[in-house]
Write a new protein. Structure first.
Length: 142
C-alpha cells in the first residue's frame, strides 16, 4: 500500500503539525538509511532562537544516498506560517545568514529548507535564488 499526501494537505497543516510531519519524515528516512538515532536531532519548537537550525543530522559514515537526506552533516530549517510571510525570499535570505547555519556550513555541512507552502516553479526558483545569493555573500558555494 502506498500512502500519498498532496502539497495542499501539507500547506494546510498547522505549524506544529508541519514540524512534527517533517521530523517524522527525517527520522524515518534516517532509520531506513541506518543512521543511528543519536546522530539525528530534531526540535518540536516552532518559533524561538534556533540559530537557523530545526534539525541536524550527523551522518559521519556517509550512509545517506542524497535522495532526501544529504550525506555527511546537514541541517534543516522548517518554515511554516499561516501568513506565509516567513517563506518569502527576503525572509529565507535572513535565515541562511544565521549563526547555526554558518557554523554548519563552515564545518562542511549542507543546508536544507522545508517550507509548508505550495509554490509555482517561479516561486521555487525565487526562493532558491535568494538562498543561493545569501550563501554566496558569505563565501559559501551553494
Amino acid at each position: 500500500m502506498v500512502f500519498e499526501i498532496s502539497p495542499q494537505e501539507i500547506e494546510n497543516l498547522e505549524p506544529n503539525q508541519f514540524v512534527d510531519f517533517v521530523n517524522h519524515l527525517i527520522e524515518a528516512e534516517c532509520h531506513r538509511l541506518g543512521i543511528p538515532p543519536t546522530s539525528v536531532k530534531v526540535t518540536s519548537k516552532i518559533t524561538g532562537k534556533d540559530r537557523g537550525v530545526d534539525a541536524r543530522i550527523e551522518d559521519s559514515e556517509n550512509r545517506a544516498d542524497g535522495r532526501w537526506i544529504p550525506p555527511g552533516l546537514n541541517i534543516w530549517q522548517f518554515k511554516t506560517d499561516k501568513s506565509r510571510e516567513n517563506t518569502y525570499p527576503s525572509e529565507l535570505r535572513k535565515e541562511a545568514r544565521k549563526e547555526g547555519v554558518r557554523e554548519a556550513l563552515n564545518g562542511g555541512g549542507q543546508y536544507c529548507v522545508a517550507i509548508a507552502r505550495t509554490c509555482t516553479d517561479r516561486m521555487r526558483k525565487d526562493r532558491e535564488k535568494a538562498l543561493q545569493e545569501a550563501l554566496r555573500e558569505q563565501d559559501f558555494d551553494p
